[in-house]
Design a protein around this ligand. Structure first.
Ligand SMILES: Cc1ncc(COP(=O)(O)O)c(C=O)c1O
Length: 404
């Protein structure tokens, strides 16, 4: 299946049947929601095969047949160190790094390690819903610093952030790039945030899991790398899981040049009983960072073309739905308020009437009533099919005076 405009065939165009792999993304709408043949565009994994080097490394390791407790080889850390230097200009050292079974677990460890019960933890809403859980499930006080939205783009509200620090916020969980609003924060924005963090003695966990998925015209700035003052108050979480589509390998790293933060993090992972890594996670992580660069360089324009396609299609053919154009990540918000549907029925409308399953915007915060989050990390033909289904379902809605 090729790109209909250029005739060029991309490896990302290949439709891969995920049936039989117990894929959460594909099984959930059918088995739990009982809707057959819905196109799943929700949970954040892509419908693309991982880089060939990753598949080959895992295949080689699997062929051995013994899957005992693993050690982490020096080459694992080196692959991450080299990647961060090459792709982000960030010089990190092995003794700044600790492993984690994922970034969501790392957020939970950090909240427990860096705050006391009932301390305030600030999150910038709407945001990836496990941020809420990391605060609330650990008995900390959730403090919201809502993002501002001008109808097209989200920005940080730093005046409000200062007020939230006055209210007892000790720790901020930063999402950079931001899921689900799709912002790749500019250097100026992050420096503004950083000034406040230094002046007000705020600690920062910077979740940069989407750091490699950044589109043309934008650049990822690693928060901790902006200044030594920020480095000492920040723990950064990274992983190859989103970049190379290997989230099921459950392997991430936490990075802090401040030994106090890193030791507190490691102590917490030990208390949680996490010690050894996972055989295939270790192999996949290293292969991705060591050999996945060309694959990523081909993926990014493909994803960006998917954004262009969605934007144009919705603008021309689906009145009432507006794409909040993402600057990074393969997730984007669809502002569906123009459809005139009650927010509580919106996602069900897409599932039952269009046969497309999104993440409900309200999962990320009440600010997203009337929005859904689309995962466009899929072959173009699948995206086209989803958009056509949406067009037909929306055309079947009763006319509304306020629809353009
Ligand atoms: C911002 C953010 N953090 C963390 C995760 C998940 O991380 P992990 O699977 O390593 O726990 C995601 C997945 O979508 C995410 O978007």
């Amino acid at each position: 299946m090729g790109n209909s405009e250029t005739g060029i065939v991309s490896p990302f165009d290949k439709i891969i049947d995920r049936t039989g792999t117990e894929s959460l993304k594909w099984v959930y709408p059918r088995k739990v929601l009982k809707v057959d043949n819905a196109i799943p565009m929700w949970v954040a994994d892509m419908d693309f095969e991982a880089p060939p080097a990753v598949v080959e490394a895992i295949r080689r390791r699997a062929a051995h047949g013994i899957y005992g407790y693993p050690l982490i080889p020096p080459s694992f850390w080196q692959a991450a160190i080299d990647w961060l230097k090459r792709r982000h200009g960030w010089n990190v050292r092995k003794d700044w790094m600790a492993k984690s079974p994922g970034i969501v677990p790392a957020l939970n460890y950090c909240v427990r390690a860096f705050t006391e019960p009932a301390d305030g933890v600030i999150i910038q809403t709407p945001v990836y819903f496990p941020f809420y859980h990391a605060v609330e499930n650990n008995g900390r006080r959730l403090i919201r610093n809502p993002l501002r939205f001008d109808g097209r783009r989200y920005t940080m509200d730093l005046d409000d952030l200062e007020r939230k620090i006055d209210q007892g916020g000790r720790l901020l969980i930063l999402c950079s790039p931001h899921n689900p609003v799709g912002r790749v924060w500019t250097r100026e924005e992050l420096e503004g945030l950083g000034r406040i963090a230094v002046e007000r003695d705020l600690l920062v966990i910077s979740d940069e899991i989407h750091h490699d998925l950044v589109y043309s015209g934008h650049r990822q700035h690693i928060f901790a790398a902006l200044s030594p003052e920020l480095a000492i108050r920040t723990l950064t979480c990274i992983a190859p899981s989103k970049t190379f589509n290997i989230p099921g390998l459950s392997t991430a790293v936490a990075i802090a040049s401040n030994p106090k933060l890193l030791e507190a993090f490691k102590d917490e992972t030990e208390r949680a009983g996490f010690e050894l890594g996972q055989v295939f996670g270790i192999v996949g992580f290293e292969a991705a960072y060591a050999h996945g660069g060309d694959w990523l360089d081909a993926l990014l324009p493909y994803l960006e073309a998917n954004v262009e396609l969605m934007e144009k299609f919705l603008e021309e053919r689906v009145p009432g739905i507006h794409l909040v154009r993402p600057e990074g990540t393969y997730l984007a918000l669809l502002d569906c308020r123009g459809l005139g549907l009650e927010p509580v029925v919106l996602n069900e409308f897409f599932l039952k009437k269009a046969g497309v399953y999104f993440s409900d915007g309200m999962m990320f915060g009440p600010e997203l009533a009337g929005f859904v989050r689309v995962n466009f990390g899929c072959p173009r033909s699948l995206l086209e099919e989803a958009l056509e289904r949406i067009e037909r379902a929306v055309a079947g809605l009763p006319e509304r005076a306020n629809r353009p």
